[in-house]
Design a protein around this ligand. Structure first.
Ligand code: SAH
Length: 246
């Protein structure tokens, strides 16, 4: 009988091997074909001996998913890899959409990973102990007006806010506007954590506040975590109380 293909959409976590799940490693080991953006493929080179490896450039997500499906329909086991959690601004959604669009019957297993917000949180201390909102500042695929509305609602609701895609070479004022929106509803001394390369090589951490956050380097390898009204900094750690004391 012909082997039936299958697809794993695998979140690799922030980068260091120790933060990758056992299931993610097993899925990659089981795969005959591994597909992903080159930077992520490089993180798992040592696991790829004897496999067909297809690395592609950024912003080729749709093509990558079509290719994954094509290979699986040939009867192969294919791992499509993505950083952090594949289901958080990752490849999982596009993969499921394309499978449905093409109306193919193929098993897709989504393997979760540690997302940047969790990794950054662990580096900072415990800033996300209470309700939090994750917001991407990238307006490439989302209308900036909608992003501003979400920032406003999160700030009004006193959520801890984790900002993904905060700033790139071409997108510089989004983080400034995001800070202005936060300043309308949160105190200027609200703790802010800026983590670059959380839990991977090149990790950098800054703990500052809303007033001063723009004095520090922020880029696409960074997550910015803004506290709620109860978040404080002690002994170099950012802490949001869970509230058991009250
Ligand atoms: N699927 C990924 C997110 C992809 S969006 C995940 O779950 O983590 C890309 C954004 O994620 C980057 O611009 C940055 O804001 C954030 N990011 C991803 N990995 C990171 C890391 N190790 N340290 C800090 N930020 C990271």
């Amino acid at each position: 009988m012909e082997q039936k293909g299958r697809i794993y959409v695998v979140g690799l976590g922030p980068g260091n091997r120790e933060y990758m799940s056992m299931r993610a490693i097993r899925a990659i080991e089981d795969a005959e074909v591994v597909i992903g953006y080159k930077t992520y493929i490089d993180l798992i080179r040592d696991l790829l001996a004897g496999k067909e490896v297809i690395d592609s450039g950024m912003r080729k997500e749709v093509e990558r998913c079509h290719l994954t499906l094509d290979k699986a329909l040939e009867g192969k086991k294919v791992a499509l890899v993505s950083s952090g959690d594949a289901g958080v601004y990752g490849m999982a959604g596009i993969m499921l959409e394309i499978k449905d669009e093409r109306d193919e019957d193929i098993d897709i297993e989504i393997v979760p990973g540690i997302t940047a917000a969790s990794a950054a949180s662990a580096v900072l201390g415990a800033p996300m102990m209470h309700d939090f909102a994750v917001i991407s500042l990238s307006d490439l695929l989302t209308d900036w007006e909608l992003i501003k509305k979400r920032l406003t609602c999160a700030a009004m609701g006193d959520f801890v806010v984790a900002l993904y895609n905060p700033k790139s070479m071409g997108r510089v004022h989004q983080i400034e506007e995001a800070r202005e929106i936060m300043m309308k509803y949160k105190g200027k001394d609200t703790p802010v954590g800026i983590v670059k390369n959380a839990k991977r090589q090149g990790e950098e951490v800054i703990i500052t506040d809303l007033e001063h956050m723009l004095d520090y380097a922020i880029d696409m390898l960074t997550v910015v975590v803004i506290g709620n009204a109860h978040t404080y900094v002690k002994n170099g750690k950012m802490i949001t109380p869970r509230g058991y004391q009250r």
